[in-house]
Design a protein around this ligand. Structure first.
Ligand code: ACO
Ligand code: ZN
Length: 281
């Protein structure tokens, strides 16, 4: 019954105001019942508290002393900053972020237990503060070697390379942990597109530079991408042959160049020298 209820729930909040944007929502999000009659919600762009009326938000903005997400700034390059927010230390922020994110995530269950997660919030900063562009969440301890639970680029910022930046960032954290990682399944269509794009770009760049044979295990060690994801990506690119019961990478330079041309720009890069972070103990 519960599952059925989930399916039949209709989108309640149609638009949100967040910073200087008014954003149309995509999906249902289970806001507390007192917000059920609202078509529009007003978010404080810094603490992510949400309100029913514009005047409430204006009053809130005069009192709210946050100018960036709570937690630690672990990366800064130019105007881009990444903040790490511990869901246990900033429970309300974590819950607000989940409510907000669910408006754009379809088949993701909402985590009420934000204690178990870290939130990596990407911001564009200017003299008015750090404005959230998107985020990803990550379990503090994952049995399944997930290095990312949910990822979102807010609609006004989509298709500018931030999604791939967030994905790249999640793998940089995995590299620092000395672990391979993979995103939690299922992936949305846009999630799959973005991941495929990222995996393709990273693997093609290595194969292009590398001389001689290279194994999937070696690629996995270099990139923190899980071997299964590498195999699937390379199979999709027709760079894998099956010989004597083994998958072998056949990186024909002509095929590589053709794929590299099609793979488009690299986009926003993560500058690892600007990441100041140690793994969660
Ligand atoms: N139509 C076609 N292709 C698209 C679209 C689109 N609307 N949006 C992104 N892409 C492709 C781009 O072509 C790009 O590849 P390219 O650079 O090789 O051309 C690739 O996806 C990534 O683009 P970015 O600009 O880096 O990604 P963006 O900032 O738009 O974020 C994201 C991608 C996070 C998936 C975003 O679409 C989003 O937030 N969607 C809603 C939430 C969602 O579905 N999240 C993933 C759920 S799965 C999970 O959480 C584990
Ligand atoms: Zn606030």
């Amino acid at each position: 019954l519960r599952e059925h209820e989930e399916f039949t729930k209709v989108k309640n909040i149609a638009t949100i105001e967040l910073g200087r944007y008014e954003i149309e929502t995509w999906y249902f999000s289970p806001f507390p019942p007192e917000y059920n009659d609202c078509l529009k919600l007003y978010f404080c762009e810094f603490c992510l508290n949400f309100m029913k009326r514009k005047e409430q938000l204006q009053r809130h903005m005069r009192k709210c002393d946050l100018k960036h997400p709570p937690g630690d700034e672990i990366y800064r390059s130019g105007t881009l900053s990444m903040f790490e927010v511990d869901g246990k230390k900033n429970k309300v922020y974590g819950q607000n972020l989940c409510y907000l994110a669910k408006l754009f995530l379809d088949h993701k269950t909402l985590y009420y237990d934000v204690d178990l997660f870290l939130f990596y919030v990407l911001c564009e900063c200017d003299d008015r503060g750090c404005h959230m562009v998107g985020y990803f969440s990550k379990e503090k301890h994952s049995e399944e070697s997930y290095n990312l639970a949910c990822i979102l680029t807010l609609p006004p910022y989509q298709r500018k390379g931030y999604g791939k930046f967030l994905i790249a960032f999640s793998y940089e954290l995995s590299k620092k942990e000395g672990k391979v990682g993979t995103p939690e399944r299922p992936l949305s269509d846009l999630g799959l597109l973005s991941y495929r794009g990222y995996w393709t770009r990273v693997l093609l760049d290595i194969l292009k530079k590398h001389k001689g044979n290279i194994s999937i295990k070696e690629l996995s060690d270099m990139t923190a991408i899980k071997a299964d994801d590498i195999l699937q990506t390379l199979q999709g690119l027709e760079l894998i042959q099956y010989r004597k019961g083994q998958h072998v990478i056949c990186a024909d330079p002509k095929v590589l160049d053709r794929h590299l041309k099609a793979a488009g720009r690299g986009g926003l890069e993560v500058d690892v020298s600007k990441l100041i972070w140690t793994p969660y103990k």
